[in-house]
Every structure is written in C-alpha cells, then in structure tokens.
Design a protein around this ligand. Sequence first.
Ligand code: SAM
Ligand code: SF4
Length: 345
Amino acid sequence: MRGALPVLTFRTMTAPLVDPFQRAIRYLRLSVTDRCDFRCVYCMSENMTFLPKKELLTLEELDRLCSAFIGLGVEKLRITGGEPLVRRDIMTFFRAMTRHLDSGALKELTLTTNGSQLGRFAGDLYDAGVRRVNVSLDTLKEDKFKEITRWGRLPQVLSGIDAAQAAGLRVKLNAVALKGENEDELFTLTEFCAARGLDLTWIEVMPMGDIGNEDRLDQYWSLKDLRARLAEQYTVTDLAENSGGPARYVRLEETGQKIGFITPLSHNFCESCNRVRVTCTGEIYTCLGQEGHSDLRGPLRASDDDAVLRDAIRAAIALKPKGHDFDYSRGVGGQVSRHMSHTGG
Ligand code: SAM
Ligand code: SF4
C-alpha cells in the first residue's frame, strides 16, 4: 500500500479539473479589482462602495492562485474586473504570468477592459505575452458614451484602441445591446469595426446587481431582434464555430466580418461550459448565473502548501451546477444579487 501513495499524490496534483457533468475546466476568468474609473449604468450604481484593500487578494496571492489553476489544466486566463488596468502595479502580475506562457502550460493570457488605460499599458501588455484584448464600447457618440458610462470619456477609449492595435494586439469590441440607447448605432458600430479590422460581439444585458434607479427590462434589447435588423442590410450567415462559451457567431458576407452574439439568457451554452470565475476576494463562482460560490482566499491564506489550495479548487469544481437560472420572464426570478464588476464579466 505504501508504495502506491506517491502515485496517488501525484495524480491529485496533476489530474485535470473535471466537473460532475464531465466538463473539463480549461478557462479561468479572474477579477483583479472591483474598482473602476467608469460607472456604466447597467453595471454599477453611481455611488458604489468598494471593498477595503485587505479583502482583496494581493498580487502574490493572485499569482499563486492562477499558477494552481494552470497546474490543474487551465489553459486560458482572462483578467477582468472592475477595470483591471486601474489596479495598482497590475503589470507586475501580467509579467509574472508570462512564465506560464513561456512554459506552454498557458495557451492564452488576455483581458477585458473598458479601454481607458490602454494608451498607457498596451505595449507592456504585448510584452507580457497578451495578444488579444476585449474592449467594451457601446456607442460612438460622445454624449451617449458619457450617459452610459457616467464617468468615461470616449476619445480616451478610442485612442486606447489605437494604441492597442499599434502595439500589435488584436482587439474585439464588446457592445452591450441597450434598447433605445445604441439601437440606432447598429450599422455605424458594424462599419467602424469593419474599417478598423476589429471583431465585434454584442452582449444581452444581464440581471446582475443593484444598479440604482435603472431598470433592466427597460434596458433589454434582444439579440434576436438585433440580428434580424442586421439581416435587413447584410447577408448574415450562421457559423458553426463554438468557443465553449455563450457566444454564437455569424459572418456578414458583404464585409467578411465575424459578429458574435452573447445571449446569456438562453441555455444554449451551459452544456459545453468550460469556465469558472474567481473574484478579487478569492471567491470562486462556477456559474455566472448562480449565487453558489466557494472561498479560496481562506485556503490561500491558511497555508503556504498549495495542496490545500488545490483541494479547495477541486471541492469547488465538484459543485459546478449544470446550468444557470437567468430568466426575465419570471419577473424578479433569476436575478443575481452581485454586480458584474464583482464577479468579472
Ligand atoms: N471594466 C471592464 C470592461 O468594461 O470591459 C471589465 C469588466 S466589465 C464587468 C466586463 C463586461 O461586462 C463588459 O463588457 C460590460 O459591458 C459587461 N457588463 C457589465 N454589466 C453587465 C450586465 N448587467 N449585462 C451584460 N453585460 C454587462
Ligand atoms: Fe466599469 Fe466595466 Fe462595469 Fe463599466 S462595465 S462600470 S467599465 S467594470
């Protein structure tokens, strides 16, 4: 029996993460801060209370955590927030992750950003091994941008996108489809992306967090309708491509552009969901649309031994639910109380 022990230990260290529904977990989305320099109307209330610093995982803890996940087979790491690029010294963390890209264990290091700080950091991100970034941009009108983000400035984001492209980063725009807000910009945003060689993905607004006086149902513009309107001007071909996530893709034949649709309210992606999310306080959410989560900060801080952390990660993955529970048709049902900036979009 004794002789078998080291083998067993090795297996627990390296066996890939598989959830109860036989989905291999290969993708980690990590929020590195709950703070942001914008206050988007669908994401935050104007007066947000942010977490005290001691609640946040330190940069060293973020490194240990990601390294543990990568050791367990995670191949794709997306950094998000809040606004990831407003976290102090965040480039130290990105540079630390380069070693996992160099070793080949990590296949992709990427981030989702509002673009406001790309002018400062695009070159550093490229040097750290980032090759693609998602920039969230819902409108090309300066006054509308101010209305939606409350605190943001459009020219700063546009020059951030320029800086990212100049640094060699591939940029995808994520636009939240907002009824009565950016409906009239469907074609201008499409043309803007075509002209600059940007990918474009539309996201349906999700019922997450208290956003003050705003009403989700007022904000909701169905992507089915959006797609139908696109088809009035373009030949829209469905693509079979599936990223394992909630996005579905079409090609516009006239421009050759690929357009993505993220419809979290449909259940079309749960079966192949390969991702988990960790918040900046070390809570792991194995489903964006469920309240269930487990704590990884306790195990991280309890011991320097990564075996404790790995056990906690495995225990959390064992609780990953089959699917989410968003549903506007049930009124308040399906609402998730935390903000998107907490879990990371
Ligand atoms: N600050 C960064 C940004 O804006 O890209 C990263 C974090 S943000 C929470 C990530 C994504 O979530 C953004 O594309 C944002 O538009 C989206 N988002 C935030 N709240 C949302 C909601 N209620 N429904 C749908 N998407 C939302
Ligand atoms: Fe900030 Fe991103 Fe939320 Fe807008 S969507 S408030 S940029 S975290």
